[in-house]
Design a protein around this ligand. Structure first.
Ligand SMILES: [Fe+2]
Ligand SMILES: [Fe+2]
Length: 312
């Protein structure tokens, strides 16, 4: 794994747009802005010196019993390979550097998780061999859109786990850099999609949009299959289903979705407001909330997420 210092001393060629200056999606300024967002906010933490807090027996048992650890470690490893493979074919040096950093951070997530499972005595199944993807762009998009879904719900589950005391605060704090890193990744990814579709040759665009649609259909199909498997006791990378099931006794699904929306906004608010935010999953979540409200006629929850967001 590359040392984080490999990403310092970055290319000075592309100029970042000055804060407040207008920015056109697909422009050089846009490329510079979303790449610099990722590169300049890199957290150089080292998994080897992360302090895993001692847990009470009950908290440790809860952690060990979560049916996600095998697939979580494998997913991070596959994400690293997918992103790193896409980076090898990128011509623009700044974009290449940013995607390489993304891959480095995915590999570091896998290392963090492997330290966590070791610290708490969680046994993992043998890891299947990852195969280098034949279509690097497809693999990069599957990882990117998949993270857009999983991270949105992870933001809420993470906060809900802290609120309900499902995990002790010390453990939540230790894991916080990983969650914020995923927020940066999905912000970077949706901006790459916006930039990429505007800079490719015109004749390629319909094929790209078709590819976006195919990736979404693939992810929906994958998650439907996983939801069935979880019901049968098989591990899946749908943290939402497994995580919500575990927290289900303590929190209402509608409340959980509201927390996800609040946490998504809070985590994204740290970055330049000119960068488009991930919008598809939050929009679907708001739509789902509308159905939940009308089916329950739960008017007192119509107001907003203010009771879940910081400050109250
Ligand atoms: Fe990751
Ligand atoms: Fe990621």
């Amino acid at each position: 794994m590359n040392h984080p210092s490999a990403f310092s001393g970055l290319r000075a060629g592309a100029k970042a747009a000055a804060p407040g200056a207008p920015m056109r999606l697909g422009s050089g300024e846009h490329l510079s802005l979303f790449c610099r967002m990722l590169l300049d906010t890199h957290d150089p933490y080292r998994p080897a010196i992360m302090d895993w807090p001692a847990l009470e027996k009950e908290a440790r048992d809860r952690l060990v019993s979560l049916p996600i650890w095998d697939i979580a470690v494998q997913t991070e490893g596959r994400a690293r390979l997918n992103v790193a493979t896409y980076a090898t074919g990128i011509a623009d040096p700044l974009l290449k550097q940013a995607v390489e950093l993304n891959a480095f951070e995915e590999g570091r997530h896998q290392t963090v998780l492997s330290h966590l499972v070791r610290a708490y005595g969680i046994e993992l199944a043998p890891e299947p061999e990852c195969v280098t993807p034949k279509d690097p762009e497809w693999a990069f998009m599957v990882t990117g859109f998949s993270e857009c879904i999983d991270s949105f719900f992870a933001f809420g589950l993470f906060d809900a786990a802290k609120r309900t005391g499902f995990f002790p605060e010390s453990l939540v704090d230790t894991f916080e850099p990983v969650i914020q890193e995923e927020a940066r990744h999905i912000l970077f990814f949706v901006n790459w999609v916006a930039w990429h579709r505007r800079t490719m040759r015109r004749w390629r665009r319909p094929f790209f949009e078709l590819k976006v649609l195919r990736v979404w259909l693939f992810l929906i199909w994958e998650r439907i299959g996983i939801a069935r498997n979880v019901g049968n006791g098989v591990q899946g990378n749908n943290f939402t289903v497994t995580g919500a099931n575990q927290l289900g006794a303590d929190i209402d699904v509608g409340d959980l979705v509201r927390i996800c929306l609040c946490e998504n906004d809070r985590r994204m608010s740290r970055y330049d407001g000119r960068l488009p935010r991930p919008s598809t999953v939050p929009a679907l979540a708001r739509l789902a909330l509308c159905f939940m409200r009308s089916s329950r006629k739960d008017k007192h929850k119509r107001s907003s997420c203010s009771s879940y967001c910081g400050g109250s």
